[in-house]
Design a protein around this ligand. Structure first.
Ligand code: 7PM
Length: 273
Protein backbone atom coordinates (compact mmCIF):
# COMPACT_ATOMS: atom_id res chain seq x y z
CA UNK A 1 0.00 0.00 0.00
CA UNK A 2 1.58 3.24 -1.17
CA UNK A 3 1.11 6.44 0.85
CA UNK A 4 -0.23 9.52 -0.92
CA UNK A 5 -0.52 12.75 1.03
CA UNK A 6 -2.73 15.47 -0.39
CA UNK A 7 -1.48 18.39 1.63
CA UNK A 8 -0.26 21.80 0.52
CA UNK A 9 3.54 21.99 0.65
CA UNK A 10 6.08 24.72 -0.06
CA UNK A 11 5.68 24.22 -3.84
CA UNK A 12 1.92 24.02 -4.07
CA UNK A 13 1.09 26.32 -1.16
CA UNK A 14 -2.22 28.07 -1.67
CA UNK A 15 -2.98 26.31 -4.93
CA UNK A 16 -5.54 23.49 -4.82
CA UNK A 17 -4.73 22.50 -8.42
CA UNK A 18 -0.97 22.37 -7.76
CA UNK A 19 -1.53 20.23 -4.65
CA UNK A 20 -3.77 17.85 -6.61
CA UNK A 21 -1.34 17.59 -9.54
CA UNK A 22 1.61 16.85 -7.25
CA UNK A 23 -0.37 14.15 -5.43
CA UNK A 24 -1.58 12.64 -8.72
CA UNK A 25 1.96 12.50 -10.09
CA UNK A 26 3.13 10.84 -6.90
CA UNK A 27 0.27 8.31 -6.99
CA UNK A 28 1.13 7.41 -10.59
CA UNK A 29 4.72 6.81 -9.62
CA UNK A 30 3.72 4.55 -6.73
CA UNK A 31 1.53 2.50 -9.09
CA UNK A 32 4.38 2.23 -11.61
CA UNK A 33 6.60 1.10 -8.71
CA UNK A 34 4.20 -1.76 -7.97
CA UNK A 35 1.72 -0.49 -5.40
CA UNK A 36 -1.30 -2.79 -5.11
CA UNK A 37 -3.29 -0.26 -3.06
CA UNK A 38 -2.98 3.47 -2.41
CA UNK A 39 -3.78 5.19 0.90
CA UNK A 40 -4.89 8.77 0.36
CA UNK A 41 -4.74 11.18 3.28
CA UNK A 42 -5.68 14.83 3.67
CA UNK A 43 -3.72 15.12 6.93
CA UNK A 44 -6.29 14.87 9.66
CA UNK A 45 -4.64 11.98 11.45
CA UNK A 46 -1.09 13.24 11.98
CA UNK A 47 0.05 13.33 15.58
CA UNK A 48 0.31 16.94 16.70
CA UNK A 49 -1.05 18.29 13.40
CA UNK A 50 -3.49 21.19 13.24
CA UNK A 51 -6.98 19.78 12.94
CA UNK A 52 -8.25 20.01 9.34
CA UNK A 53 -11.97 20.79 8.97
CA UNK A 54 -13.99 18.04 7.23
CA UNK A 55 -14.87 20.26 4.26
CA UNK A 56 -11.19 21.05 3.64
CA UNK A 57 -10.11 17.43 4.05
CA UNK A 58 -12.84 16.34 1.63
CA UNK A 59 -11.84 19.01 -0.91
CA UNK A 60 -8.30 17.62 -0.80
CA UNK A 61 -8.99 13.88 -1.12
CA UNK A 62 -12.12 13.61 -3.30
CA UNK A 63 -10.71 15.13 -6.52
CA UNK A 64 -7.65 12.86 -6.28
CA UNK A 65 -9.80 9.77 -5.74
CA UNK A 66 -11.95 10.74 -8.74
CA UNK A 67 -8.93 11.35 -10.95
CA UNK A 68 -7.28 8.05 -9.96
CA UNK A 69 -10.52 6.10 -10.27
CA UNK A 70 -10.73 7.24 -13.89
CA UNK A 71 -7.31 5.83 -14.78
CA UNK A 72 -6.53 2.86 -12.51
CA UNK A 73 -8.12 -0.24 -11.00
CA UNK A 74 -5.75 -0.12 -8.01
CA UNK A 75 -7.92 -0.13 -4.86
CA UNK A 76 -7.96 3.24 -3.11
CA UNK A 77 -8.07 3.76 0.64
CA UNK A 78 -8.91 6.98 2.43
CA UNK A 79 -7.00 7.83 5.63
CA UNK A 80 -9.56 9.73 7.68
CA UNK A 81 -11.31 9.57 11.02
CA UNK A 82 -14.30 11.56 9.84
CA UNK A 83 -17.36 9.61 8.62
CA UNK A 84 -18.44 12.44 6.30
CA UNK A 85 -15.04 12.37 4.56
CA UNK A 86 -15.17 8.56 4.32
CA UNK A 87 -18.65 8.75 2.79
CA UNK A 88 -17.55 11.28 0.17
CA UNK A 89 -14.41 9.26 -0.58
CA UNK A 90 -16.34 6.02 -1.08
CA UNK A 91 -18.87 7.83 -3.28
CA UNK A 92 -15.88 9.04 -5.36
CA UNK A 93 -14.58 5.48 -5.70
CA UNK A 94 -12.56 4.58 -2.59
CA UNK A 95 -12.86 0.93 -1.54
CA UNK A 96 -11.28 1.14 1.91
CA UNK A 97 -11.80 3.39 4.94
CA UNK A 98 -8.52 3.53 6.87
CA UNK A 99 -9.37 4.91 10.31
CA UNK A 100 -6.57 5.47 12.86
CA UNK A 101 -9.25 5.68 15.59
CA UNK A 102 -10.75 2.27 14.68
CA UNK A 103 -14.17 3.87 14.12
CA UNK A 104 -14.18 5.52 17.56
CA UNK A 105 -13.77 9.20 16.60
CA UNK A 106 -17.41 10.02 15.84
CA UNK A 107 -20.48 8.47 17.46
CA UNK A 108 -21.79 7.51 14.01
CA UNK A 109 -18.53 6.05 12.64
CA UNK A 110 -19.50 2.40 13.23
CA UNK A 111 -22.91 2.81 11.60
CA UNK A 112 -21.38 4.79 8.74
CA UNK A 113 -18.86 2.01 8.02
CA UNK A 114 -21.60 -0.62 8.10
CA UNK A 115 -23.74 1.46 5.75
CA UNK A 116 -20.89 2.07 3.31
CA UNK A 117 -20.12 -1.63 2.98
CA UNK A 118 -16.47 -0.84 2.19
CA UNK A 119 -13.39 -2.47 3.73
CA UNK A 120 -12.32 -0.84 6.99
CA UNK A 121 -8.89 -0.68 8.60
CA UNK A 122 -9.19 -0.59 12.39
CA UNK A 123 -5.93 0.85 13.73
CA UNK A 124 -4.86 0.80 17.36
CA UNK A 125 -4.07 4.09 19.06
CA UNK A 126 -3.66 4.82 22.76
CA UNK A 127 -5.01 8.26 23.57
CA UNK A 128 -5.69 10.89 20.94
CA UNK A 129 -3.38 12.30 18.25
CA UNK A 130 -2.58 15.58 20.01
CA UNK A 131 -1.36 14.05 23.28
CA UNK A 132 -0.78 10.34 22.61
CA UNK A 133 3.03 10.55 22.63
CA UNK A 134 3.24 12.33 26.00
CA UNK A 135 3.22 9.31 28.33
CA UNK A 136 2.12 6.13 26.60
CA UNK A 137 1.81 3.24 29.09
CA UNK A 138 1.31 -0.49 28.80
CA UNK A 139 1.97 -3.47 31.05
CA UNK A 140 2.04 -5.80 28.04
CA UNK A 141 1.88 -3.82 24.80
CA UNK A 142 1.21 -6.79 22.48
CA UNK A 143 -1.56 -8.27 24.63
CA UNK A 144 -3.20 -4.88 25.16
CA UNK A 145 -3.09 -3.92 21.48
CA UNK A 146 -4.54 -7.32 20.52
CA UNK A 147 -7.33 -7.06 23.11
CA UNK A 148 -8.23 -3.53 22.02
CA UNK A 149 -8.27 -4.49 18.33
CA UNK A 150 -10.39 -7.59 18.99
CA UNK A 151 -12.83 -5.39 20.91
CA UNK A 152 -13.08 -2.81 18.11
CA UNK A 153 -13.58 -5.60 15.55
CA UNK A 154 -16.38 -7.10 17.68
CA UNK A 155 -18.04 -3.68 17.97
CA UNK A 156 -17.76 -3.14 14.22
CA UNK A 157 -19.34 -6.53 13.49
CA UNK A 158 -22.09 -5.88 16.04
CA UNK A 159 -22.80 -2.61 14.19
CA UNK A 160 -23.14 -4.52 10.91
CA UNK A 161 -19.66 -4.43 9.36
CA UNK A 162 -19.07 -7.80 7.66
CA UNK A 163 -16.21 -9.85 9.15
CA UNK A 164 -14.58 -10.15 5.67
CA UNK A 165 -14.40 -6.34 5.44
CA UNK A 166 -12.24 -5.87 8.53
CA UNK A 167 -8.49 -5.28 8.59
CA UNK A 168 -6.49 -4.71 11.78
CA UNK A 169 -3.42 -2.50 12.27
CA UNK A 170 -1.27 -2.38 15.43
CA UNK A 171 -0.72 1.37 14.98
CA UNK A 172 3.07 1.71 15.16
CA UNK A 173 3.87 5.15 16.63
CA UNK A 174 0.34 5.94 17.77
CA UNK A 175 0.52 6.24 21.55
CA UNK A 176 3.64 4.07 21.78
CA UNK A 177 7.06 4.82 23.23
CA UNK A 178 9.56 4.90 20.36
CA UNK A 179 11.54 1.86 21.49
CA UNK A 180 9.92 0.41 24.64
CA UNK A 181 6.55 -0.15 22.91
CA UNK A 182 7.07 -0.13 19.14
CA UNK A 183 9.87 -2.71 19.12
CA UNK A 184 8.07 -5.34 21.24
CA UNK A 185 4.96 -4.72 19.16
CA UNK A 186 6.87 -5.44 15.96
CA UNK A 187 8.45 -8.49 17.61
CA UNK A 188 4.99 -9.75 18.59
CA UNK A 189 3.16 -9.14 15.31
CA UNK A 190 2.36 -12.84 14.91
CA UNK A 191 -0.06 -12.44 17.83
CA UNK A 192 -1.89 -9.72 15.90
CA UNK A 193 -2.11 -11.81 12.73
CA UNK A 194 -3.33 -14.74 14.89
CA UNK A 195 -6.52 -12.76 15.61
CA UNK A 196 -7.69 -14.00 12.22
CA UNK A 197 -8.11 -10.75 10.29
CA UNK A 198 -5.84 -9.44 7.56
CA UNK A 199 -3.29 -7.12 9.14
CA UNK A 200 -1.96 -3.86 7.72
CA UNK A 201 1.39 -2.64 9.09
CA UNK A 202 2.50 0.98 8.89
CA UNK A 203 6.07 1.46 10.07
CA UNK A 204 7.45 3.39 7.10
CA UNK A 205 9.87 6.21 8.09
CA UNK A 206 8.53 6.29 11.65
CA UNK A 207 10.54 7.74 14.49
CA UNK A 208 11.35 4.44 16.25
CA UNK A 209 13.78 3.88 13.37
CA UNK A 210 15.59 7.10 14.23
CA UNK A 211 15.71 5.98 17.87
CA UNK A 212 17.36 2.68 16.87
CA UNK A 213 19.81 4.36 14.45
CA UNK A 214 21.43 7.48 15.90
CA UNK A 215 23.01 8.24 12.49
CA UNK A 216 19.62 8.69 10.86
CA UNK A 217 19.13 12.36 10.04
CA UNK A 218 15.32 12.34 9.72
CA UNK A 219 12.31 10.66 8.09
CA UNK A 220 13.90 10.65 4.61
CA UNK A 221 16.86 8.77 6.06
CA UNK A 222 14.87 5.81 7.42
CA UNK A 223 14.48 3.59 4.34
CA UNK A 224 16.64 0.75 5.65
CA UNK A 225 14.74 0.58 8.91
CA UNK A 226 11.39 0.82 7.11
CA UNK A 227 12.34 -2.17 4.97
CA UNK A 228 13.51 -4.14 8.02
CA UNK A 229 10.09 -3.55 9.62
CA UNK A 230 8.23 -4.53 6.44
CA UNK A 231 10.21 -7.79 6.23
CA UNK A 232 9.45 -8.53 9.90
CA UNK A 233 5.79 -7.91 9.13
CA UNK A 234 5.81 -10.26 6.16
CA UNK A 235 7.52 -12.95 8.24
CA UNK A 236 4.75 -12.60 10.83
CA UNK A 237 2.07 -12.94 8.17
CA UNK A 238 0.78 -9.40 7.68
CA UNK A 239 -1.37 -9.00 4.58
CA UNK A 240 -0.12 -5.56 3.57
CA UNK A 241 2.45 -2.92 4.44
CA UNK A 242 1.72 0.81 4.23
CA UNK A 243 4.88 2.41 2.85
CA UNK A 244 6.34 5.52 1.24
CA UNK A 245 8.97 3.61 -0.76
CA UNK A 246 7.02 1.07 -2.78
CA UNK A 247 9.72 0.08 -5.26
CA UNK A 248 12.43 -0.59 -2.67
CA UNK A 249 10.02 -2.38 -0.33
CA UNK A 250 8.72 -4.64 -3.11
CA UNK A 251 12.28 -5.53 -4.04
CA UNK A 252 13.10 -6.48 -0.45
CA UNK A 253 9.91 -8.56 -0.13
CA UNK A 254 10.58 -10.27 -3.46
CA UNK A 255 14.07 -11.27 -2.31
CA UNK A 256 12.75 -12.45 1.08
CA UNK A 257 10.17 -14.56 -0.77
CA UNK A 258 12.73 -15.89 -3.26
CA UNK A 259 15.10 -16.92 -0.46
CA UNK A 260 12.28 -18.68 1.37
CA UNK A 261 11.45 -20.58 -1.83
CA UNK A 262 15.07 -21.51 -2.51
CA UNK A 263 15.30 -23.71 0.60
CA UNK A 264 12.65 -26.06 -0.77
CA UNK A 265 14.12 -25.94 -4.29
CA UNK A 266 17.37 -27.27 -2.86
CA UNK A 267 16.03 -30.79 -2.62
CA UNK A 268 13.78 -30.68 -5.70
CA UNK A 269 14.53 -28.85 -8.94
CA UNK A 270 17.91 -27.48 -9.92
CA UNK A 271 17.27 -24.92 -12.62
CA UNK A 272 18.15 -21.29 -13.13
CA UNK A 273 14.56 -20.06 -13.60
C1 7PM B 1 3.18 12.49 10.93
C2 7PM B 1 3.05 11.50 11.91
C3 7PM B 1 2.80 12.24 9.66
C4 7PM B 1 2.52 10.29 11.59
C5 7PM B 1 2.28 11.00 9.34
C6 7PM B 1 2.11 10.05 10.31
C7 7PM B 1 -0.69 4.93 9.82
C8 7PM B 1 -1.89 5.33 9.22
C9 7PM B 1 -0.61 7.07 9.48
C10 7PM B 1 -0.51 3.56 10.16
C11 7PM B 1 -2.70 3.18 9.27
C12 7PM B 1 2.54 8.13 8.97
C13 7PM B 1 1.59 8.71 9.99
N1 7PM B 1 0.09 6.03 9.95
N2 7PM B 1 -2.88 4.47 8.94
N3 7PM B 1 -1.83 6.66 9.01
N4 7PM B 1 -1.53 2.73 9.86
N5 7PM B 1 -3.65 2.28 9.02
O1 7PM B 1 3.71 7.92 9.38
O2 7PM B 1 0.51 3.12 10.72
O3 7PM B 1 2.22 7.95 7.80
S1 7PM B 1 -0.10 8.72 9.44
Amino acid sequence: MGIVNVTPDSFSDGGRRLTLDAALAHARRLIADGAEMLDIGGESTRPGAEPVPAAEEQARVVPLIEALRAETAVPLSVDTMKPEVARAAVAAGAAIWNDVTALAYAPDSLAAAAGLGCDVVLMHMQGEPRSMQQAPRYDDVVAEVCAALAERAALAMAAGVARERIWLDPGVGFGKHRTRHNLPLLAGLAQVTALGFPVLLGASRKSFIGAVDPRSTGPEDRLGGSIAAALAGAAAGVAAVRVHDVRETRQALAVQHAIAGAGAADFTLHTDD
